[in-house]
Design a protein around this ligand. Structure first.
Ligand SMILES: [Zn+2]
Length: 144
């Protein structure tokens, strides 16, 4: 692989914050299942990564480190400026919880999928089932 140029890596790091690899995996999967969605809706609390108004569902694809998942990667704290990071992560978690709460109050079904879970067998299928509950699915099939 070519060594990235400075400009390229700058571009890549910009892209990374919005289009993380786990997010792309989830999007591709849902898309392949025939779901259509919008991305990063700024008018909704927390700008959910994936929004499906038709199914009343928002999906957050969370990086374990930044959003502090209870897993190995999520429990890591940088060795320098430790207190700063602890506070920052606590604020992230608090904000995430508030966004989920606000979305639910607005009537959205909120799904969170963690970076470390994406590759686990059955996880994406379970997400799909949560987006389209069986009774809705049956009704859709009947309508065809
Ligand atoms: Zn994790």
């Amino acid at each position: 692989m070519n060594k990235p140029t400075a400009q390229r890596s700058r571009i890549m790091s910009c892209i990374k914050s919005k289009n993380t690899k786990p997010e792309i995996i989830v999007r591709s999967y849902l898309h392949s299942m025939g779901l259509r969605f919008s991305l990063h809706r700024k008018d909704l609390p927390g700008k959910p990564d994936i929004v499906m108004p038709r199914y009343n569902t928002c999906v957050f694809v969370n990086g374990c480190f930044w959003h502090k998942h209870n897993c190995k990667k999520g429990r890591k704290v940088p060795k320098t400026n430790t207190q700063f990071w602890i506070d920052k992560f606590a604020a992230n978690r608090k904000r995430d919880a508030k966004n989920r709460r606000d979305l639910r109050r607005l009537g959205w079904n909120v799904e969170t999928i963690w970076e470390c879970q994406i590759e686990k067998p059955g996880r994406l299928e379970r997400l799909y089932d949560n987006i389209i509950p069986k009774k809705v699915y049956d009704r859709l099939k009947k309508a065809v």
